[in-house]
Design a protein around this ligand. Structure first.
Ligand code: CU
Length: 247
């Protein structure tokens, strides 16, 4: 058991307990930001056809009002340039946590039909086509959770500075773990093959020149841990993880 944001519960983010400091002060992660027209205009181009939110600026209440966001911001162009970032990109830049809650995004990209499609995906390619299509300009459930909370959460590199990132990625992790174990009971599935099913490269949007990852691909953890083989990291019930999700 671990923590996650179940996207299907209270898709009206304005009344969702996670984002509602007025009604649930003990467990909220702070709510919307103030209205900011500049940030509204910078929304991800894949969601421009949906109604804009009411925020974009700094969060105004709850425990993360004074939360220090200090890495970034990074532009979409920087994230998709496949080129080294300028040295100044990592400069210390303290500022507020920005939110722009967009219920229309979560309702479209993260509703129960999307969860059902993830859990019933026949193979890893089908699963990723719903979770995160590796095609530029096409968004899946992973991007939906980011963009529905942005701008800090919608920043490809800086988003982990919004605490909601951890709950969103908990749900992404949960979807993968439940799919690996065939929680919906699709007939004829080889569970062992799902545990170690991989697809694509280690680079965003899978540029064609990049090598495909395998269970032998080494993942670096910097100061947090020694380098690990990908195969060591894929089963949440194994090794140092030892957890499971409710179905
Ligand atoms: Cu993410």
């Amino acid at each position: 058991m671990t923590s996650y944001w179940d996207w299907t519960l209270t898709p009206d983010l304005y009344s969702n307990p996670i984002f509602n400091p007025a009604q649930v002060p003990d467990t909220t992660l702070s709510g919307d930001g103030t209205y900011n027209a500049t940030e509204q205009a910078l929304r991800d181009s894949t969601i421009l056809s949906l109604p804009e939110g009411r925020g974009g600026g700094c969060v105004t209440s709850g425990p993360f009002v004074d939360w220090p966001v200090h890495l970034g911001p990074f532009t979409f162009a920087q994230a998709y340039a496949y080129a080294p970032l300028p040295e100044t990109a990592f400069a210390y830049n303290p500022r507020c946590l920005q939110r722009n809650l967009q219920p229309a995004v979560i309702e479209l990209y993260n509703d129960q039909t999307v969860v059902d499609r993830l859990l019933n995906a026949p193979d890893i390619n089908g699963f990723l086509a719903v979770l995160d299509p590796s095609t530029s300009g096409v968004m899946g459930a992973h991007g939906g959770g980011h963009d529905a909370v942005g701008p800090t959460m919608a920043d490809v590199f800086a988003s982990p500075q919004d605490p909601v990132f951890m709950l969103h990625h908990g749900m992404v992790d949960r979807m993968w773990a439940l799919w690996q174990r065939n929680s919906v009971g699709v007939q004829g599935v080889d569970e062992a093959s799902r545990l170690f099913a991989l697809n694509g490269t280690a680079v965003i949007n899978n540029p064609p020149a990049e090598a495909l990852v395998t269970t032998e691909t080494v993942v670096e953890f910097g100061v947090l841990d020694q380098p690990r083989r990908l195969g060591e990291l894929m089963d949440v019930a194994s090794a140092e993880y030892c957890y499971r999700y409710d179905e």
